[in-house]
Design a binder for this molecule. Structure first.
Ligand code: CUA
Length: 344
């Protein structure tokens, strides 16, 4: 009890008060820093540029209005009372302030913002030219199925597109509502079961643009990332050709043994590899797993060691995802990794 009493006294000392002040400051700083990492205000395409322009314009208007209100308030607070005549004049001025500052000017600002906003929305919704690349993106708990249905192949968690050309993303969901967001290319768009959303965007420069699920969807919502890989049109065509080529089946050595182990394991109940008997779409398609940048929808960099660790115990890195621990060890695991190395 004495200790408890002591703690109560400590609570009112200046240090906890500082701590209490520090928590919101740190939270805001962290929020701002995370904002820097996703770079919503560093547009890399026409859609995100329109959105960023609107954002900066609204910020500028807000700052001007805020400063005007603070200055008016300061003048009102600091003003000394005058004689009767002066007070009557001040009264007339305040009526004018209420009419202009309280109704007319805000009305003009809101109307202006509405017009600008409508202009942005109309431009974002204007359909792109026909015959552009279309990519079907389906959200799953907690990864992204990426289907190039015009070409008949699928991949996961990575969307390759050519630069300087609009492309369409068709969005739906396997389970709950998710949200597709590539801050440098466009705003957010929800993915819903039994409804196909449509979004078009364009990347001006080659690069890797980070995307993130932006709607809380369950335990691993935060580890539901993806990337848009924008390639020069020639490089994109080369990538496309590589995906369309028939896969070479290893005919000897460790890769062949690894393939046999994979095909005989439970992996095939969830994953597909083009040209094999593994065709399930429950989990990510593994046809080009060796060339992907990350594992587990942005959970780990795609290295051999990480892939081994992911196969053995994906729950350790991403608790609550649907990949169970796989009892594959030693030479069997090594051979399977050899096989997976061939999947480009
Ligand atoms: Cu999917 Cu959040």
């Amino acid at each position: 009890m004495r200790l408890l009493g002591h703690a109560t006294i400590q609570r009112s000392s200046p240090r906890p008060r500082l701590l209490r002040l520090a928590i919101p400051v740190i939270s805001i700083a962290l929020a701002l820093l995370s904002g820097c990492r996703i770079r919503a205000l560093d547009p890399a395409g026409p859609a995100s540029r329109l959105i960023a322009g609107l954002w900066w314009f609204m910020l500028a208007i807000s700052i001007i209005v805020f400063l005007a209100v603070v200055v008016t308030l300061a003048i009102a607070l600091l003003r000394r009372r005058g004689d009767e005549e002066e007070e009557a004049r001040a009264h007339r001025v305040s009526y004018g302030l209420i009419t202009w500052g309280g109704a007319i000017v805000p009305g003009i600002i809101v109307l202006g913002l509405m017009i600008y906003n409508t202009f942005v929305i109309v431009n974002l919704e204007t359909p792109p030219p026909d015959n552009v690349l279309e990519v079907m993106v389906r959200a799953h708990h907690f990864w992204w199925e990426v289907n190039y249905h015009q070409y008949g192949f699928a991949t996961a968690n990575e969307i390759h597109v050519p630069t300087g050309q609009p492309f369409v993303v068709l969005l739906d969901s396997e389970d709950v509502i998710h949200s597709f967001w590539v801050p440098q290319l466009h705003g957010k768009r929800d993915l819903m079961p039994d409804f196909t959303g449509r979004l078009w965007m364009q990347a001006d420069e080659p690069g890797i643009y980070r995307g993130q699920c932006a709607e809380f969807c369950g335990l691993q919502h935060a580890k539901m990332k993806f990337v848009v890989v924008a390639l020069e049109p020639n490089d994109f065509q080369a990538w496309l050709q590589q995906q369309l080529e028939e896969r070479l089946i290893p005919t000897s050595g460790r890769a062949l043994r690894g393939r046999q182990i994979f095909m005989g394991s439970e992996c095939v109940y969830c994953h597909a590899i083009s040209g094999t008997n593994a065709t399930s779409t429950f989990g990510p398609d593994l046809t080009n797993i060796a060339s992907r940048l990350e594992l587990g929808a942005g959970t780990l960099p795609n290295t051999r060691g990480n892939l081994a660790a992911w196969i053995i115990d994906a729950q350790h890195f991403k608790p609550g995802n649907y990949m169970p621990p796989m009892p594959i060890e030693g030479p069997d695991l090594q051979d399977m990794l050899h096989y997976m190395d061939t999947l480009h």
